[in-house]
Design a protein around this ligand. Structure first.
Ligand code: IPE
Ligand code: IPE
Ligand code: MG
Length: 247
């Protein structure tokens, strides 16, 4: 049922909806179109996108969100032209180095989910160092999904289950969830996608089973705190049922 068709029963703080989602996932889409609209190379769209990510992280912390997962590079994005992949990995290297101090100061704990090994030893070292340096952050848990794909994650978890010789009789959803990269994290309550596209593109497939989706018609580099506030407002109006019959 579409959000618009739902009764306006859920108000912030009631059983129907919580004012602020605990975990927000964002599919940061539209960097290329933002650049193209300005006659700029796509790489500059990604650079502007990284600045928007910085703003969104701050806005999420300010809004009292506990967990923020940013989809920055998918397993499938490796198939983009080499120069674009190069530009993106260059930005990752730059930001991992330049942002650590700010993250520590702001109480933000960074974790990278996805197949980090695919980026090579240099970037793996930078990721490990950034995670270690920010490990004490308590204000906001920030996950950045890099070389992440939901299907790859599920297959990796299944492989792990087999390797560990887990007893099929004891394998339930909770046990399987512990084999995923999001072990110990709450499922996303709200998933936002920018740029007008309305699909998951392999983001948090398992974890988004009961997420609310908000699609916003703004290209990611133009994303401001007010867009996040709007998405949170929309979330607060939703009525979540989890398959249980409405009262
Ligand atoms: C999102 O922007 C960033 C990545 C997927 C890395 P896009 O690069 O997908 O931008 P569009 O969708 O082509 O506009
Ligand atoms: C999804 O965006 C991945 C990220 C935002 C990192 P894409 O632009 O890669 O997705 P598709 O190709 O439009 O499905
Ligand atoms: Mg895209």
């Amino acid at each position: 049922m579409s959000a618009a068709a739902k009764p306006a029963a859920a108000s912030p703080g009631t059983a129907g909806g919580d004012a602020v989602p605990v975990h927000v996932g964002i599919i940061m889409d539209g960097n290329g179109r933002w650049a193209a609209a300005r006659g700029l190379p796509r790489a500059l769209g990604h650079k502007a996108g990284a600045e928007a990510a910085r703003r969104a992280i701050e806005a999420a912390a300010e809004a009292g969100i506990g967990w923020l997962t940013l989809f920055a590079f998918s397993s499938e994005n490796w198939r983009r032209p080499a120069d674009e992949v190069h530009a993106l990995t260059g930005l990752m290297r730059l930001y991992l180095r330049s942002e650590v101090k700010t993250l520590v100061r702001e109480g933000i704990r960074l974790r990278i989910i996805g197949e980090r090994e695919r980026f090579g030893p240099d970037l793996v070292r930078a990721i490990d160092a950034a995670e270690a340096a920010t490990a004490e952050g308590r204000r906001l848990n920030l996950n950045v999904a890099l070389s992440y794909g939901g299907r790859a994650e599920i297959v990796a978890a299944a492989k792990r289950a087999l390797e560990q010789g887990l007893d099929p009789a004891t394998l339930d959803e909770a046990a399987f969830g512990r084999l995923l990269s999001t072990d110990g994290m709450p499922d996303p309550d709200l998933i936002i996608r920018t740029s007008g596209e309305q699909r998951l593109s392999n983001f948090l497939l398992w974890q988004s089973a009961y997420a609310e989706f908000v699609f916003q018609d703004v290209l990611w580099p133009d994303y401001e705190a007010r867009h996040l506030a709007e998405a949170i407002g929309e979330f607060a109006r939703r009525e979540r049922r989890y398959g249980v019959r409405a009262a």
